[in-house]
Ligand binder design. Structure first.
Ligand code: NI
Length: 394
C-alpha cells in the first residue's frame, strides 16, 4: 500500500494569500468566549468545502475535524483557539473589528486561519496516509472554565497520541520560533477575601473595627507567602489586584473586598497556597476583631511541555528556518488552557514570532492596537504540517 507524505504538498502562494484573507475575516468579525457562533460556522463551512474531513461540533461553538488514514497509526491533534477579547480596537486598518468593544487582541484570529490552512493542505491527502490527524478548533480560551476542558470532557482527545499547539507572539520577532521544554505557562488561580469589620465615624476609630486597616495588613502579609515561606528556587506569584472599600472621607467602612491571583508551575506548591492565605487572613482578622470569608478558585493547569516533543518541534524549526531563528523561551506566569490537553496526553506548545518593528507591529497581547505580522501565518501552517508528519511517523 502506498502512503503519501505530507511533505509532498507545499504551501502555495495562493494558499498563503487565502490564509491571510481568513485571518482578516476573523479579525473583522471577532466574537467573545463561548459566543463564537459565526466564527465556528465559518470554520465548519470552510472545512466542508475541502471534503475529506469528518466534522463534529462537540459544543455549540467549537469544531473538530478528523482526517483518518486508511492504515492505522498514531493520532495527532492540532489545536487552535478562536475567541476574541472585550477590548475596543484602536487599529484603523480596513479589516479592523466591526463589533463594538470586541477585538482579536491576542492573535487567535491568526491561529484559526493557520489551522484552516493546514486543513486545506491535508485534505489533499484524502485517506492515503497512516494514522489520524485531528484538528481542534477550540472556543473560549480566554475565559474560565475554558473551552479546552469542555472539549476534553466531550471526548475530543480520545485516542490522541500527541497534541500540539502554537501561539503567535508579538514579543518575538517575525521569522523566529520559540520553544521551551518543561514548564512554560503557569496555573492562573483566583481568590476573593471579604473582610467584615465594624463601620463608624472616621473621627472615632476606637468605636469601629476598621476593615481598611485590616485589609491593608492582609495585603502586606500575603507578600510573605512568596518571600518567606516559598523556596526561592521555586516560582510563585501572589498578587492582590483589587481592593474595594469605603464610600467617603469621613466614614470607616464595615467591609472591604480583596481579589487577587496566584500563579505557579508546580502542583505541590500550588496546593499549599490556599491554606497559607487562609492562615494569614484568619490570624489577622482575629487579631483585629474582624470576620472574613475566603474563596479560592483554581484556574487552568500549568502548561508543561514534553521534552521529547519540544525537541522534535525545535529540530523541525531548525531544519526549516535555521538554528539562528529558533529561540528558547523563558517561562511565563500567564495561563493557557492548552494545558487541559496536556493532562490527557503527551504534547507541546510553541510560539511563532509575529513582531515587526519596521511595520509598527510592536504592541503587546491584549492591547487595543495589537496585531501580528501576517507572514507569521505561513510559518504556522508549515510548522504544523512538518511536525505532524514527524509525529505520525513516530
Ligand atoms: Ni491568547
Amino acid at each position: 500500500m502506498t502512503v503519501k507524505l505530507i511533505s509532498e504538498y507545499s504551501v502555495t502562494e495562493s494558499l498563503k494569500k487565502q490564509v491571510i484573507e481568513w485571518r482578516r475575516h476573523f479579525h473583522r468579525y471577532p466574537e467573545l468566549s463561548f459566543q463564537e457562533h459565526r466564527t465556528s460556522q465559518f470554520v465548519e463551512d470552510t472545512l466542508r468545502s475541502f471534503g475529506s474531513f469528518i466534522i463534529t461540533r462537540p459544543t455549540p461553538t467549537s469544531v473538530v475535524a478528523r482526517l483518518i488514514g486508511k492504515e492505522e497509526g498514531k493520532v495527532v491533534a492540532i489545536r487552535a483557539d478562536m475567541d476574541a477579547l472585550p477590548i475596543e480596537e484602536e487599529n484603523t486598518f480596513a479589516f479592523a473589528s466591526v463589533h463594538k468593544g470586541v477585538m482579536h487582541a491576542c492573535g487567535h484570529d491568526g491561529h484559526t486561519a493557520i489551522l484552516l490552512g493546514v486543513a486545506s493542505v491535508l485534505s489533499q491527502l484524502g485517506d492515503e496516509f497512516k494514522g489520524e490527524i485531528r484538528l481542534i478548533f477550540q472556543h473560549a480560551e480566554e475565559l474560565l472554565p475554558g473551552g479546552a476542558q469542555e472539549l476534553v470532557k466531550e471526548g475530543a482527545m480520545e485516542g490522541v497520541d500527541y497534541v500540539i499547539g502554537t501561539h503567535l507572539n508579538s514579543g518575538l520577532p517575525i521569522g523566529e520560533i520559540g520553544v521551551l521544554a518543561g514548564p512554560m505557562m503557569a496555573s492562573p488561580d483566583m481568590f476573593n477575601i471579604s473582610i467584615k469589620g465594624k463601620g463608624g465615624h472616621a473621627a472615632a476609630p476606637h468605636e469601629a473595627v476598621d476593615a481598611i486597616v485590616v485589609g491593608a495588613q492582609i495585603v502586606t502579609n500575603l507578600q510573605t507567602i512568596v518571600s518567606r515561606t516559598t523556596n526561592p528556587i521555586d516560582k510563585l506569584v501572589v498578587s492582590v489586584t483589587q481592593f474595594h472599600g469605603g464610600t467617603t472621607h469621613n466614614v470607616l467602612p464595615d467591609k472591604v473586598e480583596l481579589n487577587g491571583t496566584v500563579r505557579s508551575f508546580d502542583a505541590a506548591l500550588r496546593e499549599k497556597v490556599p491554606a497559607q492565605i487562609d492562615r494569614i487572613v484568619k490570624g489577622l482578622t482575629e487579631a483585629y476583631g474582624a470576620e472574613y470569608t475566603f474563596t479560592y478558585e483554581k484556574g487552568y493547569h500549568p502548561v508543561i511541555n514534553s521534552e521529547e516533543i519540544t525537541r522534535l518541534i525545535e529540530e523541525t524549526a531548525i531544519e526549516e528556518y535555521g538554528e539562528e531563528r529558533v529561540k528558547t523561551l523563558s517561562p511565563k506566569m500567564g495561563g493557557e488552557d492548552f494545558s487541559a490537553y496536556l493532562q490527557e496526553t503527551e504534547g507541546a506548545f510553541f510560539n511563532i514570532g509575529a513582531r515587526n518593528e519596521e511595520q509598527g507591529i510592536v504592541y503587546p497581547h491584549h492591547h487595543p492596537k495589537f496585531t501580528v505580522d501576517e507572514d507569521s501565518l505561513e510559518i504556522g501552517v508549515k510548522m504544523f504540517l512538518r511536525i505532524t508528519e514527524k509525529l505520525l511517523a513516530r
